[in-house]
Design a protein around this ligand. Sequence first.
Ligand code: SF4
Length: 307
Amino acid sequence: MGIINLFDPWKSKLCTCPRKYTINPYTGCSHMCLYCYTTSYIGLRKSAPKKDIIKRLKKDLERCDPRIPIDMSLSSDPYPPEEKKYRITRKVLELLLPKGFKVQVTTKSTLILLDLDLFQKYNVAVSMTITTLDDNLARKIESFAPVPTERLKALEEIFKAGVPFSVRIDPIIPYLNDDKEELKELVREVVSIGAKHIVTSTYKARPDNFKRMVEKFPELEHKWRKLYYPKGRVRGYAYLPIDLRKRLLSIITSEAKKLGVSYATCREGLITKEFFNAKSCDGTHLIPERFSSKFRKTITLTDKFEK
Ligand code: SF4
């Protein structure tokens, strides 16, 4: 396993992602979202730069195809508070972008603005996660990430800088952020700022994130158990009943459709036009082709990464 890897979400049939690489400059995530899925694999820990990341990345670049987009990051935020001190994400971008790689930066953080200069010059799109417009609720479920009003302000800057962005409304959690009118307002708000694509998903319960959720919201435990674990055993990835998933997701997708932006769902296995009307589900189709490098022009490999 290298620093750059082909994205393979557990070979899930429910995933509609295009072929892409993923890179995580950090391991662990200081944002400590209650619903985080990554903690099932690595435990709950603060962000720390990956060991020898720059050295390992330089080695990986020899075997990566720059035509395949890179999603940064999917299992830790690339802009945790620690980024102010380490600037690891910046160093990674400074290696990737001048080689012509196409990068989507996925974050909940306003620190992304530190690297706007790079985004304006190279092939970068942003995917900002916003799960609610309610700062108080966000403080409870995404305790150490910047609140939504700050993320919206950051998106205004990103838009002014001419950098394309999508918004990830993920996860939708029953009884917390599933109010129909509030979700529609969230879509309207981000589209009015300049979002070109919306991707959404429902909360999938894992034993460890479910435990954190019920510790924080004990009054909802019974209702969530009925929805997620009707047979009683808390294990694996538990999905909501399909009818409920469709009902919640269609609030977002129908509003996006009405406003004329592309939309998709994530890890829901829903590919009809009602739920998926975009060149990519994840927003990587928004990455602009601003910059081409000698490295990229001379490379002829197709699947060198796997060889
Ligand atoms: S920002 Fe993402 S990776 Fe970090 S804790 Fe939240 S869900 Fe997990």
